[in-house]
Design a protein around this ligand. Structure first.
Ligand SMILES: NC(=O)c1ccc[n+]([C@@H]2O[C@H](COP(=O)([O-])OP(=O)(O)OC[C@H]3O[C@@H](n4cnc5c(N)ncnc54)[C@H](O)[C@@H]3O)[C@@H](O)[C@H]2O)c1
Length: 750
């Protein structure tokens, strides 16, 4: 392969200043003496973000910014430069755009969105318009995932060849925006409005075979030597005088499009997208693709993109994107340290949680031993697992063979002796410290040295549990959420003596079982349940002050919560919350009104949905107001000298959410959480906090910490003893306001 010329001003931070000078030096020479050859420099230049090589009549332009080839300003400039070089070179008849990374391109560099860089020339939309105008065919050689701007880049090419494992998708909607570099205009022209609308509003990528069938790909390669195949394909196109194929010449084929397609589509996604801004703009963009020529369609897309990108939602969803990436980073810990091998896992307790946890591991191909105390409990647990898999198989989510293989990985046992060879144990027995202590004593006696001993406790002190063993360094909390086989969140509780390699091992294991891990320190309820407690305290106190449960719940669902608190506690079990509070009763003793309605319902045996009554009455699938609850709240309020009154939805939101935020500030300051974005991950992945608000701490940053603090102080002074008890501003909140900072600026210890 010849190296005729080079891409030069594509420099990223990974390139040293020496490299940079070298590149500038090469650039100046290149300008004088084109095509320039200088082998020593050529090797150095290969570190540039775009490589340019010519093989016969084919210019190969290689995206060279691993791991994801993010289309930042430098990469875009390099692409344009390479393109212009190929355009000017009369010997070049076609261009192949390839990747040196494992994937083709992960899309735009979204870290540029809050700076001017994203729109600095060449911006992606105009770069792709330039590519589309090429007189020489451009061939995208898609070796792996092509997402967002990466897929849009392929759409602006004339031909697309891909490896069988390639995936193409436009996930921008998950970042609160829409594909803004022609995706909404070119995709419908290539695959039709229905498929394009579905892809753009769901963000779900498709595989190569489907893309081929849709006409999105022209060819699937065998994969033996992909680049050679792509170049051979380009040569074949040159030889057959294949034309350039621009989307500008195409209109969206609407011959099969039902006249009510968009109306019906909007209805079909209404529930899933409630409260989100971007999905509707995605649909409007596809409608524009049908109605307008490409040029005007691109303008409309740009206008809709600009509307999305400035919304708090876009900031919130992008915050969560970065939060996911930050969560696995533990200050002071080397993520590459040697970890323990996890091949076989023991689970203690085959109840609600144990069964779901077992499924997670079996789904990842990891052997499970599931231990119960009694045969009938074990049988019940194993049957529940089987039933769960059968439901998934019926829904087409897994095949019979996969189901059989998963079930074969889960073995039941009644004997601790069977746990001698497991690499990790997760205890999921009743939430009772004495039972948990006795389980850990037995585990200490039977488990091999180096086995990780984890507890799924929701509230209890992991240090106290670890102290039952002679190896507290191997003990950690793994707090799964219910249903454990479905919920993404895994709170990892780092106990005082937990060894670093145990923490890193469970973080890596979380990835294997497809969980979103967040590390918490030790405290009652850890991050999630500790912050959920003040939220629930205010929700039920508001009922005591005169709001009906349905009003409280409606305000919360209007805010975006999946369910209101009264409905949630009815679902989770009022008794569960009652027993959880046992651990903090002494801290609550001074406040007779604290969760008094929940305690009363608990004492009446009204545990919620499972008993048919809680805050509401449950009749079949219907949830009805319970007049007795309204009456009970009025009577109890009188007894406690609380005057019932009209309560605004604004007050419901501020008191519930700001109470959580205040507790979150304490959690941050105590170092229970490493960063505010971890807290946001907990609530958006484990508790139904609206994703489009980005989690409670992001929401606070968006509202302004000064406003949050002012409201907390207002309630502190207005709500009498309740205000005095529960609305003391967290010192960190006051500090950040005084310094004009946000939660985002704060890292534990900073
Ligand atoms: N259910 C939830 O929503 C949820 C969510 C997160 C965490 N948790 C925590 O998970 C743990 C289990 O909760 P669950 O809801 O699955 O309870 P569960 O009552 O459904 O199941 C507990 C199981 O443990 C078994 N068991 C009790 N003592 C045992 C022992 N000594 N040895 C072996 N097995 C024993 C019981 O027979 C029962 O099957 C608790 O610590 C709970 O706080 C529960």
């Amino acid at each position: 392969m010849n190296t005729n010329t080079l891409s030069i001003h594509t420099v990223n931070t990974a390139i040293t200043s020496y490299d940079f000078k070298l590149l500038c030096f090469a650039a100046s020479l290149w300008a004088f003496d084109y095509p320039f050859r200088f082998p020593d420099i050529v090797d150095r230049i290969m570190t540039a973000l775009v490589k340019y090589e010519v093989q016969g009549p084919v210019a190969v332009i290689t995206l060279n910014s691993p791991p994801v080839n993010g289309l930042g300003n430098g990469l875009r400039a390099g692409l344009l430069e390479a393109y212009e070089t190929a355009t000017q070179d009369k010997a070049v008849k076609a261009m192949v755009i390839a990747s040196s990374a494992k994937l083709f391109c992960g899309g735009a560099d979204i870290s540029e969105f809050d700076s001017d860089k994203a729109f600095a020339k060449p911006d992606l939309p105009s770069l792709l318009v330039t590519f589309e105008a090429s007189q020489k065919p451009l061939i995208a050689a898609i070796n792996g995932v092509a997402l967002g701007g990466g897929m849009e880049l392929t759409l602006a090419c004339d031909y697309r060849i891909a490896l069988p494992q390639a995936k193409l998708g436009l996930p921008e909607v998950n970042l609160g925006i829409l594909p803004g570099a022609g995706g909404t205009q070119r995709l419908p022209r290539l695959v039709g409005a229905q498929k394009a609308t579905q892809m753009i509003t769901s963000g779900v990528p498709i595989g190569a075979q489907e893309a081929l069938e849709l006409g999105l790909l022209d060819k699937i390669a065998t994969g033996n030597n992909f680049l050679e195949e792509a170049i051979a394909y380009a040569n074949a196109l040159i030889e057959s005088n294949a034309p350039v194929k621009t989307c500008a010449d195409l209109s969206v084929d609407t011959s099969d499009l039902p006249s009510d397609f968009f109306a019906e589509f909007r209805k079909s996604i209404a529930r899933r997208t409630k409260g989100f801004f971007a999905p509707e703009r995605c649909i409007q963009a596809v409608e524009a693709a049908i109605a307008l020529p490409l040029k005007e369609g691109l303008e409309k897309e740009n206008q809709l993109f600009q509307e999305c990108v400035v919304t708090p939602q876009a900031r919130a969803q992008q915050h969560l994107f970065f939060a996911q990436r930050a969560a696995g980073r533990i200050p002071g810990l080397d993520p590459k340290m040697a970890i323990r091998d996890i091949k076989k896992v023991g689970i203690i307790g085959a109840g609600t949680m144990g069964g779901g946890i077992a499924m997670n591991f079996a789904n990842a191909g990891i052997e499970v031993k599931l231990l119960e105390i009694k045969g009938d409990a074990l049988e019940r647990g194993l049957n529940a697992i089987k039933k769960n898999y059968e439901i998934s198989a019926k829904r087409g989510k897994l095949t019979q063979a996969q189901m059989d293989a998963n079930l074969a990985l889960i073995q039941g046992t009644l004997s601790y002796d069977d746990l001698g060879d497991v690499d990790m144990v997760i205890e999921a027995v009743f939430e009772n410290i004495d039972i948990k202590k006795s389980v850990f004593k037995q585990l200490d006696a039977v488990c091999k040295p180096g086995a990780i001993l984890a507890t799924n406790t929701s509230y209890l002190d992991v240090d106290e549990i670890a102290a039952q063993t002679k190896r507290p360094e191997d003990v950690i909390g793994l707090h799964f959420f219910s249903p454990a086989n479905v919920m993404k969140l895994l709170e990892i509780v780092r106990a005082t003596k937990t060894a670093d390699d145990v923490l890193v091992t469970v973080l890596k294991t979380a990835q294997r079982i497809k969980k979103t891990p967040v590390v918490s320190g030790i405290c009652w309820g850890f991050i999630g349940n500790r912050m959920f407690e003040p939220y629930g305290r205010e929700a039920t106190r508001l009922v005591l002050e005169g709001a009906a449960p349905a009003q409280v719940d409606k305000a919360l669902t209007d805010f975006g919560w999946a369910m209101g608190f009264c409905s949630v506690i009815d679902l989770a079990g009022i008794d569960v919350g009652f027993f959880a509070r046992e651990g903090i009763r002494d801290q609550l003793a001074h406040d007779p009104s604290y969760q008094v309605l929940c305690d009363q319902l608990n004492n009446m045996g009204r545990f919620g949905q499972k008993t048919g009554r809680g805050f509401y009455i449950y009749e079949g699938r219907d949830r009805l107001e319970d007049p007795e609850v309204i009456e009970m709240s009025s009577k109890t309020a009188q007894e406690l000298n609380i005057t019932q009154r009209e309560i605004s939805d604004k007050e419901i939101i501020e008191r519930t959410i700001y109470s959580m935020i205040n507790e979150g500030a304490k959690i941050l300051e105590e170092g229970v959480s490493y960063r505010s974005s971890d807290i946001d991950l907990v609530f958006t992945n484990g508790y139904g906090f609206p994703v489009h608000k980005g989690g409670p701490m992001q929401y606070a940053d968006e509202v302004g910490l000064d406003n949050v603090l002012a409201a907390i102080k207002k309630y502190q002074s207005e709500l009498g003893s309740h205000g005095d008890n529960w609305f003391k501003p967290a010192p960190l909140l006051e500090k950040l306001v005084a310094e004009g900072k946000s939660f985002k600026d704060y890292q534990t210890g900073s």
